[in-house]
Write a protein that binds this ligand. Structure first.
Ligand SMILES: Cc1cc2nc3c(=O)[nH]c(=O)nc-3n(C[C@H](O)[C@H](O)[C@H](O)COP(=O)(O)OP(=O)(O)OC[C@H]3O[C@@H](n4cnc5c(N)ncnc54)[C@H](O)[C@@H]3O)c2cc1C
Length: 432
């Protein structure tokens, strides 16, 4: 179909947003997503201003028999936010957040980023669990679970989703909550972007911040696994108050002394889910596990923590392939594997991480949400990140290789849908 027929079709009459076709200014920017490997060209991009625009766009796509892709923050590494030849429903103009501090609820439009939520809620001393990077979309991250700093005390993002507004594939605008269409709300909690276009998320808020305790002691991989083992044992006692990951990376840039540049390192990243002074004392031993390459521990505002890593990987700057595996436990053998694997990364920009669970996340019954079972103790993620297309095969092989080799410690058939590779594995689609 041509862009002209798309413009003339009746259901888009009254559309209040922007319609972009391949010859429109702004089309190239609107179709781009976070992963520079993704290069798809929708026939039409519907930049919606409100839920009625979404209804018009969905109805139009159905009438034309066109596939639909929904763009929230555009961060999905498989590029699910954009499709070839179909209708891309771009929610980038719908980022409003309304906070009701008395009811402790934030009403968040479907195209908001986590930055929008944090900046609106923190002036009230309130927060809801998001991710670790502030320019990730609320929608995609939430619909497949949402693993962030506050998971220890307040669970995943979906565990705080109390109601939502959804446009279904047949063009109906539905409210969903514990009382209205509860099955749909259940499905949104971990079922991915498969049940309609969410135009509004309502999240429960919790008192937290503005000052929080952030820990980030950095050790060299060549100095051995001692600090990671100590961190694992520490979290066995304090995992209900500490959202954490051990992240492997390559030292470089102004934050590191030059003699460490190029060294493979790991950072014991933690946010204390409680009072900052209490957290400072509790997390102190994690800084005393050997010779530090660098140390970024300190009290800071929650918004600063949320935005601290945004510049690490700007949108569109890198080619990416990310995989993750849930682990039942974190034995020494898995720590050794992760350390060796970090040394083998073909790109200095790649990251790999061990994430803890437990706490409030683990207390949600499997049948309560479409996310399913919560018995995993840990997750191992491999973020292949590189620049040159000629290095695609080596970097994809590295991410997949670590994912495959960690299977021996994995929970059979379990995958986190937000780190789906390029969507080629059946288990990444099932999520069960
Ligand atoms: C730099 C970076 C950091 C990340 N950090 C974390 C992290 O800390 N924790 C974590 O859990 N994940 C993290 N992720 C993974 C992230 O959760 C997923 O990439 C997620 O898909 C991003 O959501 P989005 O809205 O930005 O993505 P998009 O690509 O816009 O959308 C993702 C999926 O959701 C669908 N969708 C989007 N909006 C809607 C909507 N309104 N209604 C229905 N469906 C919709 C899309 O069609 C697509 O299938 C990170 C990703 C990146 C790139």
């Amino acid at each position: 179909m041509t862009s002209q027929t798309a413009r003339k079709t009746a259901p888009l009459d009254g559309f209040g947003g922007e319609i972009l076709t391949p010859d429109s200014p702004g089309y190239e920017a609107a179709r781009s997503v976070w992963n520079a490997m993704i290069d798809r060209r929708p026939a039409l991009i519907a930049r919606c201003r409100d839920a009625r625009d979404v209804v018009r766009a969905v109805t139009h796509a159905a009438a034309e028999g066109l596939p639909v892709a929904i763009k929230g923050g555009g961060h999905n590494v498989a590029g699910h936010a954009v499709c070839d030849g179909g209708v891309m429903i771009d929610l980038g103009l719908m980022r409003a957040v309304q906070v009701d501090p008395d009811r402790r609820i934030a009403a968040v439009e479907g195209g908001a980023l986590w930055r929008d939520v944090d900046r609106a809620t923190q002036p009230h001393g309130l927060a809801t669990p998001g991710g670790l990077i502030s320019d990730t979309g609320v929608a995609g991250l939430t619909l497949s679970g949402g693993i962030g700093w506050l998971r220890a005390r307040h669970g995943l993002s979906i565990d705080n989703l109390v109601s939502a507004q959804v446009v279904t594939a047949d063009g109906r605008l539905l409210e969903t909550s514990a009382d209205q269409n509860p099955d749909l709300l259940w499905a949104l909690k971990g079922g991915g972007g498969n049940f309609g276009v969410v135009t509004r998320f309502d999240f429960a808020l919790h008192p937290f911040g503005p000052e929080v305790m952030f820990a980030a002691p950095i050790y060299a991989v060549e100095d051995g696994p001692g600090p990671i083992r100590a961190w694992r044992d520490f979290l066995a006692q304090h995992g209900d108050r500490v959202g954490s990951l051990c992240e492997f990376s390559t030292a470089g840039g102004e934050d590191f002394a030059w003699e460490h540049w190029g060294k493979r390192v790991f950072t014991l990243l933690c946010v204390y889910n409680g009072d900052a002074a209490e957290g400072e004392a509790l997390l102190a031993p994690l800084r005393e596990q050997g010779e530090l390459v660098a140390d970024f521990c300190g009290r800071m505002s929650y918004c600063e923590v949320q935005e601290a890593f945004d510049t690490l990987m700007p949108a569109g700057a890198f080619r990416c392939y990310w995989k993750a595996r849930y682990l039942s436990d974190l034995p020494d053998g898995m720590i050794d594997l992760a350390m060796q694997y970090a040394l083998d990364a073909p790109s200095d920009n790649s990251l790999s991480s061990l994430w803890n669970f437990g706490g409030a996340t683990a207390r949600v019954p499997a049948e309560a949400t479409a996310f399913g079972d919560r018995s995993m103790g840990w997750m191992y993620s491999l973020d292949g990140v590189w620049s040159d297309a000629r290095d695609d095969a080596a970097n994809i092989a590295w991410s997949r290789g670590g994912w495959e080799r960690s299977a021996v410690h994995g929970q059979h058939g379990r995958a986190y849908l937000n780190f789906p590779g390029h969507g080629e594995d059946a288990e990444a689609l099932s999520g069960a």
